[in-house]
Design a protein around this ligand. Sequence first.
Ligand code: ATP
Ligand code: MG
Length: 390
Amino acid sequence: MRLTWLIKPGELTLKGGNRKSFEAVLKRNLQTMLSGRDVQIVLHNGRFYLHTSEHDQAAVEGALSRLMGISGWAQTRSLPKTIEAVTAACVEEGKKLIAQGIAAFKIEARRTDKSFPHDSFALRCSCGQAVLDGVPGLKVDVHQPGAVIYIEIREKAYIYSDAHKGLGGLPVGTAGRGLLLLSGGIDSPVAGFFMASRGMGIDAVHFHAYPYTSAEARQKTVRLAEIIGGYCMGIRLYIVGFTKVQMRIKESAPPPWATVLLRMAMMDCAEKIARKIKSKCLITGESLSQVASQTIENLSCTENIVTLPVLRPLIGMDKDSIIRKAEQIGTYSTSIEPYQDCCVLFSPPHPILRGDPAEAITLYESLELEPLIEEALREYETVKCGYPLT
Ligand code: ATP
Ligand code: MG
């Protein structure tokens, strides 16, 4: 049996002349997510209709729940526009609801095709009554229904009750690419997700300090990139060995400055990768004053070392909200696995709280990290995560 899915685009409906290009990217992303499956995607009056085999139901649900740029989606009945067909379908939906233990419903009707002889009020009344008559035990509750049966009269009649909210935002691939500094922690994967939800394609760089950090810590970061890659049509993860850089900082820098100088080195190195792969910005999971290295003064120190824009989508969020988002997007349980990140191992006991940016640059230059960064850049590893990338 073929299934039909109705997909409502989100913010892109506000676009003017370039709406078509946003729709084309959305369609291409969905095709990529479901590649190798028997699917057909049709755009009709601003809505997408996806036709699939019922065997692909789970895959379609997985894809639609990770697709950026849509406000909602539902598996729907697709029927000829007759009142008889619509009424019978509503009764079938009602039977489904009662079988799921739902006791109260309401009907929402929308008639886009004004040539259909029943307006939305008449549809609500007649179909609601038919459901009450045909499904004993089911009641109407317009204020707190257990479920809503939707009727949409468009080029066909669409009836559905299992409506899902989409992720919103814009289709990935409509806002350039950014390079995410991905640690193994809670924040940076969430930062990547937020930028992807604005349509940005994401690549990521992870710095490790083997043998001070373990192979498990590296694997954990790869798994985080896999999860985020599932939302942003794939991530190229660059894994860079930073042991020599960290050792130089530990041996030669004033201890309170160690973390800020390490962040500067990460930014410096990340920017070099970003320029090579034509990323337009750097993305971090920093949040104002969350830790000593993220005071406004210390953020100035780390930002001063680069010229690309540094985007920090979590800057105004508190930790609880970040954790809730991490749980929603499925990265939290991986992020809290106990493998240590390179920063933790080298953190000084009394970090500087308000570094002076000019002093930071002088200290940074005195460390002569350039050759060590160049060496790290000759040896990095690339892992493709999420969807296959060309
Ligand atoms: P998280 O580790 O999830 O980002 P955090 O609160 O532990 O959160 P910090 O360790 O202070 O944050 O790091 C700040 C930011 O610097 C991170 O969000 C990330 O963008 C970047 N970063 C830190 N460590 C690394 C690393 N090993 N590799 C790449 N980026 C890193
Ligand atoms: Mg961290």
